[in-house]
Design a protein around this ligand. Structure first.
Ligand SMILES: Nc1ncnc2c1ncn2[C@@H]1O[C@H](COP(=O)(O)OP(=O)(O)OP(=O)(O)O)[C@@H](O)[C@H]1O
Ligand SMILES: [Mg+2]
Length: 399
């Protein structure tokens, strides 16, 4: 599953390269040598005749302890409580969307599905602007759905987020963690003290021999922390902070069969932001956020919505031209429209006029559940719901 977790504790663990250095201080096991233990910087050496004393003790320990450990491990596996699924919370400028899935007989069903409207200017360009009103709206959503104490995944997007594919020589995860600070300095145009960073090895076409592709993600700490703190104030436990573009890709992969032989664009057109994610032959290849959405369609009050709609379509076109140029001129076969923009008929028709060589389809965030008996439980979801894709992708995260 594609994704990142922009939470500090993980980053700290990830790039503490010193631990690798310490590991190399352990010396190779030598039966004849006195036993030595290196703890931190000090070294204690105990002289014990290995063959006469230690060997029988070791045998005894193995005979007695091994079955006990095995039984203990087996009990953990058998009786371990399955981790509670995460609640996906998508915070957009038009409102907060909520999804939780349950599982019955190996099939997914909708357990929670809700939306709390936000007043204009409470959330803008992917950041909270009016904390008081935001807390009040989130509080209503939490109370209505009994979310106190729940573990949640939330998404961020916009100017405060950077995601980049980088090609590196093959290396172990430990070597990668040790080298990522240097790599991040090359690619992230922010002071690293003010960003959260995560990375993931991903599949990629046309890689040189002995190389690997790593997806590097960074987000500004102040934006992430504002969201995390707001969720904590509302009584929830934010455990995953992902990028909306990745959540979109994960939702699509779960709900549709991603064609392996085509270039597919997922375009989530929200009220204030458009998230684009490109899948080339089944692999995530590129994402870009455009700070325009449906609110730009009607910015000039009573005037025609067409000029505003065309501006958004033109910007999407520019980003996709760039994508074609970096993906060796691969033509875009299908564009799936998600977000509330997919419900705007004039926008959909403009997209069809602009991208005549591509198939334009309206995405359904819950497409994969349509044929599953009882998948929607108490919720009536008759129409397509293109606007819930990010919330779906977040709810699918494990954490
Ligand atoms: N049934 C509908 N018909 C037409 N347009 C709709 C419909 N439902 C939603 N929209 C449009 O979609 C917008 C909301 O889209 P969406 O829920 O994807 O935005 P958001 O996620 O809150 O915003 P963002 O992610 O950009 O901050 C509305 O402001 C409206 O313009
Ligand atoms: Mg949105």
């Amino acid at each position: 599953m594609l994704g990142c977790n922009l939470i500090e504790e993980k980053k700290e663990k990830g790039w503490r390269g010193e631990s690798n250095g310490k590991a190399s201080e352990w010396r190779a096991w030598d039966w004849k040598a006195p036993m030595g233990v290196i703890f931190g910087r000090r070294k204690w050496v105990v002289n014990v005749p290995v063959g006469k004393v230690l060997f029988p003790i070791a045998c005894l320990v193995v005979i007695i302890l091994l079955p006990v450990i095995l039984i203990y491990k087996l009990a953990i596996v058998l009786f371990k409580k399955k981790p509670e699924p995460l609640v996906g919370i998508d915070i957009g400028s038009s409102g907060i969307k909520l999804i939780e899935f349950g599982e019955r007989g190996g099939k997914r069903f909708l357990k929670k599905f809700d939306f709390e409207k936000l007043e204009p200017l409470v959330v803008e360009s992917g950041a909270i602007m009016d904390f008081e009103r935001f807390d009040a709206a989130l509080g209503r959503l939490v109370a209505r759905n009994g979310l106190q104490g729940r573990r949640v995944a939330l998404g961020i997007s916009g100017h405060s987020v950077i995601s980049k594919h980088i090609t590196l020589p093959e290396m172990t995860p430990e070597e990668l963690a040790a080298s990522m600070r240097w790599e991040a300095e090359q690619y992230i145009p922010f002071d690293l003290n003010f960003v959260y960073v995560d990375w993931q090895r991903v599949e990629s076409d046309n890689l040189p021999a002995d190389c690997m592709c790593v997806l590097l993600t960074a987000a500004k700490k102040d934006v992430v922390d504002d969201y995390r703190e707001a969720l904590k104030r509302a009584g929830m436990r934010p455990v995953v902070v992902d990028i909306e573009g990745y959540a979109l890709v994960n939702a699509f992969a779960a709900m549709y069969e991603a064609p392996k032989d085509k270039t597919v664009v997922l375009a989530d057109v929200g009220a204030g932001m458009t998230n684009l994610a490109v899948l080339a032959r089944g692999h995530y290849a590129f994402s870009r956020d455009i700070a325009l959405g449906t609110s730009s369609f009607s910015e000039k009050g009573g005037e025609s919505r067409l000029p505003g709609t065309q501006v958004v379509v033109r910007e999407i076109g520019r980003s996709l031209e760039f994508c074609e140029s970096v993906s060796s001129g691969n033509q875009i076969d299908i564009i799936y429209l998600f977000g509330g923009g997919a419900k705007e008929a004039a926008f959909v028709s403009e997209m069809k006029n602009r991208f005549t060589k591509s198939q334009i389809l309206i995405g359904d965030s819950l497409a994969g559940l349509r044929d599953v008996d009882g998948a929607f439980g108490e919720f009536k979801v008759d129409e397509l719901v293109p606007e819930y894709a990010v919330a779906v992708g977040l709810a699918l995260r494990k954490g």
